[in-house]
Write a new protein. Sequence first.
Length: 468
Amino acid sequence: MDGARPKLAQYTVYTDGPAMRPPAAFRFGTITNRASARREESMAHIVILGAGLGGMPMAYEMRELARKEDKVTVVSNNPRFHFVPSNPWVAVNWRTRENIELDIGTSLKRKGIDFIPVGAKRLHAAENRLELDNGSSIAYDYLVIATGPKLAFDEIPGLGPAAAGGHTQSICHVDHAVEAEKVWQEFVKNPGPIVVGAVQGASCYGPAYEFAMIMDTDLRRRKIRNKVPMTFVTAEPYVGHLGLGGVGDSKGLLESAMRERHIKWICNAKTTRVEPGKMFVTEHDEEGKPKKEHELPFSYSMMLPAFKGVDAVFGIEGLTNPRGFILIDEFQRNPKFRNIYAVGVCVAIPPVEVTPVPTGAPKTGYMIESMVTATAHNIRSALDGAELATRATWNAVCLADFGDTGVAFVALPQIPPRNVNWFAEGKWVHMAKVGFEKYFLRKMKSGTTEPLFEKLVMNALGIMKLKK
Ligand code: FAD
């Protein structure tokens, strides 16, 4: 698909064969009114693949910006939305999964958005067709990919939760967090060393620090922290790099927080394998040469994996990079398949800088929301036959909870040198994160995209979703 505007799709799900547009009389039944036939003839089917932090707001914003006659459908392999940033709390039983989940179909229906709770097996981009796990296919005029990551536990022997054949815990998915919590309850009965962090190629470092501090807080509350030596293992060149080359004094503040909490760290670390209760780590020097081997015993471990693109899109020539992330231009659109857009963690973003051990750039919530808003505007432009003009700012804004306190950072733009490079610690961050969780879940339940007060607060802080 190389043209500006795709051929309009039949939007009913059908059982097999490529996407073909049947005659209008078939599609819309008996046509008695020419005007309505013309309207239906021009209607577009916009499909959003994935219903996470990117996909859900995408559906609501698209519904708001699409024309009345257009149809918006969400496809997800999970009928429930879960608020990923709260997974660390689920893993220590400060939240249950019910607290952070909602039924996708019910919420979308209120806004007139269709929902197909079936996973995508394969995208047939040249045919404008999405093949689903149940053998059916869905045709689209525009597709927004928002599948988040595939968790690459398989790249390190023994990494990942038991269900993936590994010996470490994960907080990336609520299913994992629920399992991690069960293991945590056993661990606190018989505490021992903890190894926590993020492996080589990971791009999501905030949650690793967050979970280390949350575990520390939970253990202190239980008065067993003294029985738990903790080691933070990370591919970052220094504590507080965060895949962003640092933000403000993130190095100083995070090192100090780790020292205060008696958490040791190993940076430039490659995790080479994990055995039950033992992690093997090679520490590298600044040139990236192996410097020291570590064998780290643990009674409990959580390591963030590297991410890849999901199988449904992996290896599609011109659509994805070698790791399966979606290639996009400045308008969130794939340069080869120009009716395909992408938002969220599935998007290909180069690392902010070269590091001795590979690190990726994080894709944080507000950055994802800016991608969503830009995509909705650009699809509307395409529907109107206009030039695409809206670019996301991709500003990194993040709140990381430490249990009783927390850190916040703002990096505008994401790649240094920056106009705003701000990092702060305080109890207010913990309160703000709790408040944000409730606010976001309410927003997703009701389908409100960006209430006025959110816009006002962010604008007052100089944080914009779209480039001027
Ligand atoms: P996801 O939220 O993972 O959504 C992906 C969706 O795609 C899901 O609905 C999934 O079911 C669906 N899907 C996947 N494959 C298929 C398929 N084949 N067919 C159909 N559907 C499919 N960022 C912040 O700004 N602040 C934070 O505090 C924060 N905390 C985080 C904590 C953790 C533990 C992690 C891992 C990340 C955190 N992030 C945070 C980063 C980022 O905001 C989240 O990863 C966010 O969930 C990414 O949104 P997404 O829509 O790209 O992916």
